[in-house]
Design a protein around this ligand. Sequence first.
Ligand code: AMP
Length: 356
Amino acid sequence: MTALPPGSTIGILGGGQLGRMLAMAAAQLGYRCHIYAPDKESVAAEVAAEFTCAEDHDITALRQFAGSCDVLTFEFENLPVAPLAEIDGLAPLYPPVKALDIAQNRIAEKEFARVHGGTTAAFAEVTDLESLEQAIEKIGTPAILKTIRMGYDGKGQARIKPGDSLAPHWETVGHQPSVAEGFVTFSHEFSVILVRGQDGSICYWDTPHNIHEDGILAQSLVPAPAEIVEQQEKARALASKMAHAMGYVGVLTCEFFATADGPVFNEMAPRVHNSGHWTIEGAVTSQFENHIRALTGLPLGDPGLAADHVAMDNLIGGTADQWQALLADPANHLHLYGKGESRPGRKMGHVTKLFF
Ligand code: AMP
């Protein structure tokens, strides 16, 4: 395997904070990044060598972009898959489009996990009010209704309680094709974050305990408590099977619920993930650097812990305005994403603290 030499160009589809942190890690290794994103306000483009601002469906722009890069990746999971076929062969694209395809469909990803021996919440497809009624009859309440596509951070979701009338919930998901999921009783949430190299080797970061508020990740803590650690092996085995089956290259994140019956797979993200932001300072090699190493064919770096404990807090909405107070603690590692306006629920930055 020949590694891409420093000075090569990595194309990143998507222009948000994940692209920004990938570009910063790539720059450290001497690579140039070219960002492709539809929005001219791109926090990734601000730290990259080149920027193409064009629509995801603009085949001419996509081909030109891909032709100018040595390797391609994406940081945005809802990227339309069909146009990517048009750039096939212009430069290698990692992770594979198959991973994007599966992750964009909540039913496909649950079925994929089940085929590889994973446990998921009970679920049923919903296409109209009648199938929602049938789904709830089958899986019971409480339940969660999620759009099959385009949902993230709790968006496009309705929580159904016993006795609820179903029409308003169908309204909440905008009458979109959805999946009704049985409510999982869990003690903790955690994620398996792995990187798979081009040679098929896999390494894992320590498993973070993830705390969500209103469906959005609020905090990741490492090491995780015993209730998670004892489920880690089974969860890792599933994630690695899925990664091998997809011929995956790069960072893959799988989110799980820790339950009395073992790990329950929730969803996967075929990319670097918010629950891995702690790895920038908290691990010997960050998820961003190892993703770049995997794409470019460099040897993977050590994912081991760099402290006894690590805590990552997301700065959501107005909390990022406290940047001065946060910096008053000299041990805080502050990351601001350069987004102008803070809106409720918007991820503006994060802060990581190491404990020894
Ligand atoms: P998701 O968009 O699937 O990641 O869901 C966002 C958050 O909602 C999760 O991190 C959980 O806290 C909660 N959640 C999602 N699905 C379920 C479920 N089936 N049972 C219980 N809680 C859930």
